[in-house]
Design a protein around this ligand. Sequence first.
Ligand SMILES: CCCCC/C=C\C/C=C\CC/C=C/CC(=O)SCCNC(=O)CCNC(=O)[C@H](O)C(C)(C)COP(=O)(O)OP(=O)(O)OC[C@H]1O[C@@H](n2cnc3c(N)ncnc32)[C@H](O)[C@@H]1OP(=O)(O)O
Length: 292
Amino acid sequence: MAVVYRSWKALTQNAILTRSVSNSLRLYSQKPPAPVVPLVNVEVDDKSGVAVVTLNRPPVNSLNTPLLTELGAAIKNLEDNKSRGMILTSSSDTVFSAGLDILEMYNTPKDQLSAFWTTLQSTWLSLYRSSFPTVAAINGHSPAGGCLLALSCEYRVMVGPKFSIGLNETQLGIVAPPWFVICMRDVIGHRQTELALTTGRLFSAPEALKIGLIDSMVSNKAEAMAEAQKFITQFAKIPPLARKLTKESVRGEGIRYMEDNMIDDLQIFMDLVTQPKIQKGLEMYLATLKKK
Ligand SMILES: CCCCC/C=C\C/C=C\CC/C=C/CC(=O)SCCNC(=O)CCNC(=O)[C@H](O)C(C)(C)COP(=O)(O)OP(=O)(O)OC[C@H]1O[C@@H](n2cnc3c(N)ncnc32)[C@H](O)[C@@H]1OP(=O)(O)O
């Protein structure tokens, strides 16, 4: 070890001596590397044991593979630590999540596209079937995949009235996959789901409240967090195993759909999204978003 250290020291001294003065100055003036900022923040409250999981990918928390991977890891960690509950929210003041990152689906090599969808499937499943209670504190717009995340929680409290939520895929020329549909149908019922999804309608918070897409509307994030905590507190006296098995039973259709169809679902996604017509549609939609 000492030998290695000495020869490393000799090498570096040599390098320093032979380096020009200007080079050395440039070296000293170099900024330290930027810190790696997590895309998902997790804070566990000491007293209640409830975790606040905050999506943190400005500007709009669009869901790309790294963000979905971090979210999946955070949920796994909470499972491993027998979490008392989780509140999912956003670090933005205006957007909960803009849904799937369209750049992950537009002009993307097949292996990346496949990794993206597989990560979405597994992160969704871990959220949807989590043993601990989950609440979405929706503090901003929540279209498409953002709405899916909220629907996958057990309770939705949304800041209103100005933000919108819904599954708007058809408006983009794409199709909400069956597990998106199951999530929506379980929350607002068959009739409302058919109407909402075939039109790709986005609902204002008051409209969403009226059809049961959200459970409660509040006027700011602090109120949303307080109500989310209150929802989770009611489970303090419910035996966790009974709770978990009941949740799995109620959500059985969605869980089984994903477990039994992961590969087919991936194949259908790949076939659909790589079609030139769909790619053109995504390109045009991206251009519209950028022009805004
Ligand atoms: C029968 C069998 C069927 C089987 C089906 C199987 C498979 C189906 C195949 C595919 C399904 C795929 C499912 C997709 C679901 C999705 O989630 S698609 C994403 C949909 N999202 C949206 O439509 C939202 C778009 N965004 C907005 O409306 C707004 O951005 C906002 C959220 C309302 C916020 O508005 P705000 O004014 O604050 O911000 P900007 O619009 O200015 O945006 C800032 C910046 O961010 C970029 N951006 C926004 N959204 C996205 C996004 N989703 N992805 C990537 N980038 C996004 C925007 O372009 C701006 O960029 P900049 O100009 O470079 O700053």
